[in-house]
Design a protein. Sequence first.
Length: 618
Amino acid sequence: MLRDRARRRSRAVAPEDLLAGCDKEQVEAITTAATPLCILAGAGSGKTRVLTRRMARRVLDGSAIEAHVLALTFTRKAAGELKSRLRGLGLGEGVTAGTFHAIALAELRRLAADRRQTAPVVLASKARLIGEILDALGPGQRLPSPARRGSRTSSRLGTAHIVHDIAGEIEWSKARLITPAAYEEEAQAAGRRTVLEPGALAEVYAAYETERRKRRLIDFEDLLTNCAAELASDPGFAASARWRFRHIFVDEYQDVNAAQLALLRQWCGAEPDLCVVGDPDQAIYGWNGSDPRAILRFGDDFPGARVIRLAANYRSTGEILAVAGAVLGRRDRPRADGPSPEGPIPTLRSYADDATEAASVAEFVRLAHRPGRSWSQIAVLARTNAQLSAFRKAFEAKQIPYRALGDYLFLRRGVVATALAELSKAPNATVLSALAADLRATAASPPEEEDETPNEDEGGGLSELAELVEDYLRTDVVATGAGFRSYLETTMRAGDARDGSDAVDLVTFHRAKGLEWQVVFVTGLEDGLVPIAHAQDDASLAEEERLLYVACTRAEEELHCSWSKERSFSPGQLSSRQPSPYLRAIEEARQRLARLQGRSSTAARAALEASRRALASG
């Protein structure tokens, strides 16, 4: 073992090599002794590079012990990428890396073993338990009385939709540490639009918690709150955890929710050796419980913290950054002295309908594909999966290779294939919706084995499948399981997300986060899609702005934006559309860029004429 450890150390890079190619701010973030430390890392600023090099530097200079390093991420994929990068730096085998939920589950199981108790059993389906609670109310009593009396939504498409929405509200509440007793007040304050009246939903939430405890089950969100509670109440457990996790690093901190933050503070204890990295401008998961304000109040949550900002963008041209920044209300101009090279002004086009938009974008994609630029360096982005169907058809018509990220091989794998077979038998939309709710619940359930991470791989495939069902339900007014299967067969083609083949990527805004391409087409920029129709309150609208910012900043060299005056949401039916309200800011930014380029061109011509005159007179 000692020889293996020595060999790993011999492969480690020299400390000075960790700083090679880094700018001043990156060097400071990697080398500072400050802790707690918050690194605000904007799009394209080298976030993961800085985080892993800081971890490696801490281990190499002896200020951290590899076996006592905990790296917290939000997906298993991110944890795997982080460990892969650390291995490239000569370490990483001893680092504990995983999601908040996976580490919490492992800790609870370890605690149960120490106490010689039964390991926690995680609820397989929140939706099924809620359905049982509603059924127990009896005929004519399926909904609590406040919902039956004048509820504006109790007549929706059956119990399946009610169950789905209640499950979502419970998850929303638990992510924010809201109890059943506090739910009604908090939901009203947040302007929640729910399937039941807040008081009725609070009753179901309370019954759910009572029944869950009676069956000695915990749900996915309880992993966080139960682990935090045990750390707070058991000094021995807390001391053991803080001894093992002495040095904590958190990636994508802008995605943290209240329950995760409470657990993190318990793990850190009174003297936190903590480093977090994130970007408040890329906080796009508020609908899933994250709190975009957490990264901005890091100093309040962890007194004495230092904040370092990585301002340089090494991905996008200044012109792209100016347009993307305008969506967030900024008036940034390209920096001639910055790392971003000058490039073309982003385009903004309108089309008669979505089919014309798709055909035109396909033609522009063909033009963008040239010697030195592969198909895989081009992407088409849309707000929803359903919008991408038109682009699949247009690309097939023009014989342009494409892949829709996440839409392919996962359908053939294990539990996803089994779930798809069950979905195909659904007789109507109500049953399809109920099955989709079950898929989401199952995806959120941790696996049986301790060393596995919940809510990833197969779970991620189930969640993706549920999303495809929901997209299909929006487009087919007479939806059935057989219709859903046909929908998949006509819109999907063999291949896998970023599988190494040379193909244009078709991807939603959310799934584009963390990826980049030379040329990006951001499409369907219409009111009701961008921002999405159900975004009504200020927080949701602000998140929609950030989501569009994320989409735009995926582009390295060229950005093309577009919208349609009519769009087909149902076969054979076109709906009139209005441009996204964000397009005004984009167009104003484009005009400012055009004026700047015009002045630069005039100045350049004047300088050239002066040089010519000087040469002629000499």
